[in-house]
Design a protein around this ligand. Structure first.
Ligand SMILES: [Zn+2]
Length: 101
């Protein structure tokens, strides 16, 4: 069945086959990655780094260019505060982060 009356609003082109999630930017192997925050290309890239904070509801768009150390630091220093700041909006929109599905 073909639907000609609709246009594509969202398409998924860079799928990480291991994570089964869409990658923001280039989808490249871990050995070729360079962190956009600290500049390291020898850092580890084992954690899932969300391109948009998970605390505002992003569960599917990841980044291959944020190393584990930077991901952890942003999580400690920024995302907790962002989550608290956004709490009234989360309640109104019923969009929650990683702890509530
Ligand atoms: Zn980094």
């Amino acid at each position: 069945m073909k639907f000609d009356g609709y246009k594509v609003l969202v398409s998924f082109e860079n799928i990480d086959e291991e994570l089964k999630k869409e990658v923001h930017g280039n989808n490249i192997p871990k050995a070729q990655r360079k962190c956009i925050f600290c500049g390291s290309n020898t850092a580890k890239f084992n954690k899932i780094a969300h391109a948009v904070s998970e605390t505002v509801g992003n569960k599917s768009l990841v980044s291959h260019f944020e190393c584990d150390d930077c991901n952890e630091e942003f999580g400690k220093k920024l995302e907790d505060n962002l989550g608290k700041y956004m709490l009234p909006y989360k309640i109104i929109t019923q969009i929650f982060g990683k702890k509530i599905n």
